[in-house]
Design a protein around this ligand. Structure first.
Ligand SMILES: [Zn+2]
Length: 137
């Protein structure tokens, strides 16, 4: 299975987490417009990878899950900023970023970040999560 499918669910779990909501097959299915058994299947996969933990009211993101969601989000927003600044339309920049956000090496993301002058938000105006390993202060 391609990593980007599972990332779609991790991203959704992260959004629910940010809103302080429980991660359940029902809430995920609603967010992503899929059937509940499909959402549950992905919840199990995320749990297997250590990204989700079963809790009383549903599932919650683990620190590892939060870290991974933010890492890929950071990749996405830096790639999209690079493309947008180079003249690519925002829609295309976002779409292209989605295609490589999972595959780009951390070192290349840091190169892009440096090149762009360490931006703090993407062209959508959303914050760019800071890198874990390359924290500067
Ligand atoms: Zn985007």
């Amino acid at each position: 299975m391609r990593g980007d499918a599972i990332y779609r669910y991790l991203r959704c779990a992260y959004d629910l987490h940010l809103r302080g909501e429980y991660i359940t097959p029902k809430s995920m299915a609603k967010e992503l417009n899929v059937k509940r058994p499909t959402a549950f299947e992905f919840i199990k996969k995320l749990e297997e990878r250590g990204y989700l933990l079963r809790d009383e009211g549903g599932y919650i993101l683990t620190n590892l899950g939060i870290q991974e969601a933010e890492r890929v989000l950071r990749n996405h927003r830096l790639i999209e900023t690079l493309l947008y600044r180079a003249g690519v339309s925002l829609d295309d920049a976002c779409l292209l970023a989605s295609k490589i956000e999972m595959d780009i090496a951390d070192i290349d993301v840091e190169r892009i970040c440096e090149y762009l002058g360490n931006p703090t938000s993407c062209p959508h105006g959303k914050p760019i999560p800071r890198g874990e390993k390359f924290e500067r202060n």
